[in-house]
Design a protein around this ligand. Structure first.
Ligand SMILES: [Ca+2]
Ligand SMILES: [Ca+2]
Ligand SMILES: [Ca+2]
Ligand SMILES: [Ca+2]
Length: 464
């Protein structure tokens, strides 16, 4: 099923259900159709509410602060640790996104709420309580609500850098090691921070907004149940009051999938494809729309769900007879003492390729601006041809290595082997190949870095 159909069917299913809650069975998590995963399996079963805190002005920019509530469920076969002040409880980052003019972008980043004790409720089905009251375990089938005001309580919000999102490991030191809230940011510190201009209705006609919550937990990760831990819900923007826009959650919570999956529901030509690094999952979304001058605009959004390796480059091969212009990049704004650099990636447009790369290696700066977990970065360009399906190569920051994800790329306007693009593969093309023997570029058809016998063989096979 395509994400768009999935979303549409979920939207229909949601009509019959209480607002803000959908059954976990509505959308199977990673691992097939079963909703019962071996071991503990935490998910976000609902995003029930939102709290607005107001705004601070930082370096002349008005930044507004929010928190989203999250009700978790244990869909697994074992109880889940929920011990406050240890390394055995969930941590819960919150994000906000906007879909506008064919692009999905992350406009809000919050720190991680550290869980403490679990109620034993039944949002997701039959609960076998792990104890009475609020014990330090979440029972099998049980749910635990964190209201928005709890998820925005600054004393329980820790920085994201402390956790390895692949293993769920984080130190038990708690708040003793957390950076203190910066001066003048008492309202927005650690919470989900969104620039006022990203919400201002007069600047964002037609925009769709999404809230996303994710749970990271060492037991859930150890059992391989950590690819279903993010859920999302739409929100709308109201009037300005108390220094910040009122926002209201709308519709149902879409379960066990991150917000990027909603992109094709809004931008109908967008697609989302998953690809896994050895240590975690990435989602590559892409969209191509025609510009008024006949060229095409490409939008690529890469989301790191739970990879500690963190992508630090994105490379797209484009045909040599395609011209690329207007390449761009957008990241997120880390805050409140999160140590990551905010330096924009370098963009290199060369014949046959466009590449975005973090400006520093891991060896140069472990806190360089790699694409960290639970964040989404944007990459875009214009090209002279419309889309076909190709690959985005994602380089890995901490580990080295490259993974590939399917994406829309510009199609080749010429036949393979027809280097001069005159419609036939003939002696002129062969001459060019022989002239460039040993070299790179258009005659290196298989893009292995050298024009050689393999490329000659391809050219001959396409003769005529
Ligand atoms: Ca899970
Ligand atoms: Ca930046
Ligand atoms: Ca030719
Ligand atoms: Ca070659």
């Amino acid at each position: 099923m395509t994400p768009r159909i999935l979303v549409a069917s979920l939207a229909t299913a949601g009509l019959a259900l209480a607002v803000g809650q959908m059954p976990a069975t509505a959308l199977p998590g990673e691992g097939g159709t079963s909703t019962m995963q071996a071991g503990p399996d935490v998910i976000v079963g609902s995003i029930p509410d939102v709290t607005k805190y107001g705004a601070n002005t930082v370096n002349g920019t008005v930044i507004m602060a929010y928190a989203f509530g999250s009700t978790s469920c244990n869909l697994g076969t074992q109880e889940l640790d929920w011990y406050a002040g240890t390394s055995n409880h969930p941590v819960i980052p919150q994000n906000a996104y906007r879909i506008k003019n064919g692009r999905i972008e992350q406009i809000g980043v919050g720190w991680m709420k550290h869980g403490f004790c679990a109620l034993q409720e039944n949002l997701c089905g039959t609960c076998a309580p792990a104890g009475s009251g609020c014990p330090s375990l979440l029972g099998i089938g049980c749910s635990d609500p964190y209201t928005a005001s709890l998820n925005g309580s600054q004393g329980d919000l820790g920085p994201r850098y402390e956790v390895n999102p692949s293993t769920g490991a984080f130190p038990a030191t708690g708040s003793t090691t957390w950076p203190s809230i910066p001066s003048g940011q008492g309202t927005i510190g650690r919470r989900v921070q969104i620039k006022g201009e990203d919400l201002n209705p007069s600047l964002n006609a037609g925009a769709i907004y999404l809230a996303e919550c994710q749970y990271v937990h060492p037991q859930d990760a150890a059992f391989g149940n950590d690819n279903n831990n993010a859920s999302y819900r739409q929100f709308t923007v109201g009037t300005l009051s108390g220094g910040a826009y009122n926002i209201s959650l709308a519709g149902s919570t879409y379960l066990q999938r991150p917000a990027i999956y909603y992109w094709p529901a809004v931008s109908q030509t967008a697609v989302v494809n998953q690809t896994d690094a050895p240590d975690g999952r990435y989602l590559v979304g892409s969209n191509a729309t025609q510009n008024q001058d006949g060229t095409w605009h490409y939008e690529i959004a890469v989301y790191n769900m739970n990879s500690d390796a963190a992508a630090d480059s994105v490379t797209i091969n484009v045909p040599y007879n395609v011209t690329v212009t207007n390449a761009g990049f957008k990241d997120v704004t880390y805050h409140s003492g999160e140590p990551y650099s905010g330096t924009d990636w370098n963009i290199a447009v060369a014949p046959g390729q466009v590449k975005w790369k973090c400006t520093q290696t891991f060896a140069q700066n472990p806190n360089a601006n790699a694409l960290r977990w639970a964040t989404l970065y944007n990459f875009w360009f214009d090209a002279t041809t419309g889309p076909t399906t190709g690959q985005a190569a994602l380089g890995m920051f901490k580990t080295g290595g490259t993974i590939f994800g399917a994406t829309k790329v510009p199609a080749d306007p010429c036949r393979m082997g027809d280097f001069d693009c005159n419609g036939v593969v003939d002696g002129a093309d062969l001459g060019r190949l022989l002239q460039n023997w040993g070299g790179t570029g258009i005659t290196d058809i298989d893009r292995n870095g050298v024009t050689n016998g393999a490329d000659l063989g391809i050219t001959i096979s396409l003769w005529g």
